[in-house]
Design a protein around this ligand. Structure first.
Ligand SMILES: NC(=O)c1ccc[n+]([C@@H]2O[C@H](COP(=O)([O-])OP(=O)(O)OC[C@H]3O[C@@H](n4cnc5c(N)ncnc54)[C@H](OP(=O)(O)O)[C@@H]3O)[C@@H](O)[C@H]2O)c1
Length: 305
């Protein structure tokens, strides 16, 4: 049995988070930073719309050079034009769009190769691209059989961070747009299996899946979504520990939920599980999860867990 304070802290955070979601509109608008970011470079994934576009606009307003990493070049270019229109002349030539499809690990590798070839350093790497479910009437898995939502929301960012790690400045920030939905993953975070452990579905399973998909009866994607958002939070913690283990490190890793960015609240699911499982069991499970991500992304990333 975990100490009582672990439960109190977790459920208080959960209630605060849900309350904030309901009453967010009553809060005063956030005062945005005016810090001068000239000379700094940011990559923002999924920046052609919504939260990613807002992040890109704000970074450009603060004079950063911003790379919008988008899967659709037309939508990406339109977003570049919109950022420049909203920020004005000073952002001209400093906002770019590069192709990136986070659901395709080859696309992630191409993006990173292009980046590495140009030898640019990164100050801010914002993993924001995400989906809540697969598009209607389309496959829920990638061509190599991984869950589409897992690769899009999480695994692509994991691989990208690994491939670009050497290009992060010594005080770079890695930021992940998570969600309060991550709380729902307490049951399932450590239940996923490595790609190797997952047996290929048999004929009957495939036929059943096809039937369910064709009839539009597929099950809710909410649990899978919540799990990817919890993976982001766990990743931020493990990545921060990795960064902090290097001497004189100034790099930081953050996961936040839009509209409620008080970061301590987000350590709570992970802290909760740490408290419930005990440090040793938690570390074992967390390492298992990291190894699975490595296996799925087909990389070796020894961060000294
Ligand atoms: N809005 C909320 O209330 C809320 C709450 C919690 C968390 N979030 C998180 O916030 C993030 C941004 O969501 P949003 O609300 O701003 O929604 P959005 O407007 O739909 O933005 C999602 C962005 O991700 C991009 N994207 C999706 N799949 C991609 C892929 N395979 N490769 C590259 N880019 C891809 C989309 O590009 P396309 O335009 O090409 O589809 C779009 O630019 C997501 O991670 C989401 O989970 C949002």
């Amino acid at each position: 049995m975990a100490p009582l304070n672990v439960y109190v802290s977790f459920y208080t955070s959960l209630i605060k988070s849900l309350t904030t979601l309901v009453f967010a509109r009553l809060y005063k608008p956030q005062k945005l930073s005016q810090r001068d970011l000239s000379g700094q470079t940011a990559i923002v994934t999924g920046a052609n719309s919504g939260i990613g576009l807002s992040i890109a606009v704000q970074l450009a307003k603060q004079d950063a050079t911003v790379y919008l990493a988008c899967r659709n070049p037309q939508r990406g270019q339109k977003a570049v034009d919109e950022v420049v229109a909203r920020v004005g002349e000073k952002s001209e030539g400093k906002v770019h769009c590069w192709d990136l499809d986070t659901s395709d690990l080859n696309s992630v590798r191409s993006f990173c190769e292009r980046w590495i070839t140009q030898g640019k350093k990164i100050d801010m790497l914002v993993h924001n691209a995400g989906i809540a479910s697969a598009p209607p009437n389309s496959p829920t898995t990638t061509q190599d059989g991984k869950e589409l939502i897992y690769v899009t929301n999480f695994l692509g960012s994991f691989l990208m961070t690994h491939l670009l790690e050497r290009h992060l400045f010594s005080d770079a920030r890695v930021v992940l747009t998570s969600s309060s939905g991550h709380y729902s993953a307490a049951e399932t975070l450590f239940k996923s299996q490595t790609a190797k452990e997952t047996r290929a579905p048999g004929l009957a399973t495939r036929a059943w899946k096809a039937l369910v998909e064709n009839l539009g009866l597929e099950k809710s994607s909410a649990p899978a979504y919540g799990r990817t958002k919890a993976q982001q939070v766990l990743f931020a913690q493990l990545l921060q520990a990795h960064f902090s283990s290097a001497p004189q490190n100034g790099r930081t890793a953050h996961a936040f939920t839009p509209g409620f960015t008080a970061t301590p609240i987000f350590s709570n699911l992970v802290d909760f599980m740490r408290g419930v499982m005990g440090e040793r069991e938690f570390a074992k499970k967390a390492e298992g999860e990291w190894r699975r991500w490595e296996g799925d992304a087909d990389v070796n990333w020894d961060v000294g867990l």
